[in-house]
Design a protein around this ligand. Structure first.
Ligand SMILES: [Zn+2]
Length: 291
């Protein structure tokens, strides 16, 4: 059976050779045109996509965009050339502690919890394990928070430390090497034999003074906490906060968004202080190589 197209060409060949040649020429020119246009469009689409691939991720290119994306964990934010170590005392709290971990996770950051041993149970223990898995440090803040290490007996001092260390180990399978005494108080004579590095602070958020959520005071208190940190913080600082108050959490979200824009990285105490941390020594902030 003859193909219809072949029949068409043969038919024309027989009738008028010149006409057939003309038609073939027009047909060829049309085909070339179609082919060229298709190729040009393909090149245009390709170069457009290529341009997009090489652009930095959206929301990370300019200051204006950053304000909208400050809660997004992007890698191409302003150069991270400053470090701050947030520390949270008096927890773990059954609902709030995890919110601090998740907030810092947005910035690929970590911090440190100084925990009260008698607050650790199966649920808060899981949160501490989650913190550790996210690069946080867990340190001791006493077992009852009622014993102060500058005026207690050796027995209660040792018991406060060992019972808390045991709870931390039980739920995180990890040994702790950091201590923040309740109230920041520890007697000089206890330092040399202390098996932990003692971590105090040089910026106090005073969130414990501004914890009231009373309608008339809440916003003012949050603003005060934010101001206490932002107006005092600088590279290498250790900041004192508490993970048991709602105002602390709301202020913290504002603080980290602003510090992220200023090029701060949020690190645990051990990352801030480095590997040469010593036991029995008090630290207030990062130690500069030149003193
Ligand atoms: Zn405390």
């Amino acid at each position: 059976m003859r193909h219809p197209c072949l029949f068409f060409v043969i038919k024309y060949k027989g009738k008028d050779n010149m006409k057939s040649k003309k038609l073939n020429l027009i047909f060829t020119v049309l085909m070339v045109l179609v082919f060229t246009m298709a190729s040009v469009s393909m090149i245009l689409v390709y170069s457009n996509n290529k341009g997009k691939e090489n652009s930095p991720p959206e929301n990370t290119t300019s200051k204006t965009n950053q304000t909208e994306s400050q809660n997004t964990p992007e890698t191409e934010k302003p150069l991270k050339n400053k470090k701050v170590a947030f520390t949270f005392d008096d927890g773990p709290h059954e609902t709030r502690t995890i919110k601090f971990i998740d907030e810092l996770h947005k910035y690929n950051g970590a911090a440190t919890f100084f925990v009260v041993g008698n607050r650790i149970d199966i649920n808060t223990g899981k949160v501490l394990k989650y913190a550790l898995d996210n690069g946080w440090d867990i340190g001791i803040h006493g077992y009852t928070h009622k014993v102060f290490f500058d005026n207690c007996t050796n027995d209660s001092y040792n018991s406060e430390l060992s019972k808390t260390a045991k709870e931390i180990k039980k739920y995180t399978n990890s040994d702790t090497f950091l201590l923040r005494p309740p109230g920041g108080r520890i007697s000089e004579s206890r330092l040399s034999a202390c098996p932990y590095s003692i971590i105090l602070w040089d910026v106090d958020s005073e969130d414990w003074k501004n914890k009231s959520e009373n309608e008339a005071e809440k916003q003012k208190n949050i603003d005060k906490i934010v101001e206490n940190v932002l107006s005092n913080v600088s590279d290498g600082d250790i900041v004192l906060m508490h993970d048991i108050y709602e105002n602390s959490y709301e202020a913290f979200c504002i603080i980290v968004a602003e510090l992220d824009n200023q090029g701060y990285e949020f690190v645990s105490v051990s990352e801030l202080l480095g590997n040469n941390m010593q036991s029995g020594k008090i630290y207030y902030k990062a130690e500069k190589a030149n003193g």
